[in-house]
Design a protein. Structure first.
Length: 286
């Protein structure tokens, strides 16, 4: 994982530390790194955030699921749960709410350096969202034709977005409310330190690893400010084996719960041994 927050003065991204949502032109920085070992199977690229509380009650409720499901009436009349990100300049916001308004929007590009030659690594942006989210929970508004610009007419973009929701992608099946980057962000995290799937790197040749060991660099378009709340940003590369991906949370949780149960079992056994055979019946005198 590569931390690119830029709080350290020596970091190439330090110049972007105090970037604002609407910086023009956007700040860019490059971080070089080396892979010590090859990645043999498919690789998953994540972005990670720290000290970002997506589990706050008001934040979690700040959305309109009917609007996100393509309901035309909710599109123009969002839920009051979205306040204060319900309307802007007397126009309904699409998508409304604090979750959508704070969507992660850094752009990450990966390059390999081989004998002084830079080779771009193909990053796949589709297939990163849950199937149920992509095909059931999130739908675009319906109407005559498939012109999203016309379907979203009468609405405005979220306050912190640089462009409207119908301009998230040029491909129709990944644009609007069904944009997979947007869908991934809308599934809120339970803990303040989390990571979300950003891109996929598929293995193309069974004779060659997906990412060979060697020198790489990460080209970052730094749009997402985190310094104001002491947050941190990082890029994570991960892969899976036949047993799945590395996830220490379940192991730690099982060991912790098991240890507590064992401790309570010993305590209850001692209490039962010491007090369980005591005669509790009282002799009543004649």
């Amino acid at each position: 994982q590569i931390d690119y927050t830029g709080t350290e003065p020596s970091s190439p991204c330090n110049k972007c530390l105090n970037v604002s949502w609407d910086s023009t032109p956007p700040c860019t920085c490059i971080i070089n790194f080396t892979l010590e070992h090859s990645f043999e199977s498919n690789v998953f690229m994540y972005y990670g955030l720290s000290n970002f509380y997506q589990n706050h009650r008001r934040y979690v409720k700040s959305r309109d699921d009917s609007q996100l499901n393509g309901d035309n009436s909710s599109l123009l009349n969002p839920s009051k749960e979205c306040e204060p990100y319900r309307t802007n300049e007397d126009k309904p916001i699409a998508p409304c709410g604090a979750i959508a308004n704070s969507m992660f929007n850094d752009t990450l590009e990966l390059y390999r350096i081989d004998n002084g030659t830079e080779t771009s690594i193909t990053l796949i942006k589709k297939g990163i969202a849950w199937w149920t989210d992509k095909n059931v929970k999130f739908r675009n508004p319906t109407g005559d034709g498939n012109n999203l610009t016309a379907l979203f007419q009468g609405t405005t973009k979220p306050v912190n977005w640089p462009k409207a929701v119908y301009m998230l992608d040029v491909e129709p099946d990944n644009n609007g409310f069904i944009n997979e980057d947007f869908i991934v962000w809308m599934r809120t995290a339970a803990l303040p330190t989390f990571r979300k799937l950003y891109r996929l790197i598929e293995r193309k040749n069974n004779l060659q690893p997906t990412l060979q060991a060697g020198k790489y660099f990460l080209n970052i378009t730094y749009n997402y400010p985190v310094h104001s709340f002491d947050g941190r940003k990082r890029m994570i590369l991960s892969t899976i084996s036949w047993m799945g991906g590395k996830n220490p949370f379940l192991g730690i949780a099982y060991i912790t719960v098991g240890s507590i149960c064992f401790f309570l079992g010993v305590v209850l056994l001692i209490i039962h041994h010491k007090y369980g055979n005591r005669n509790t019946s009282a002799d009543i005198p004649n």
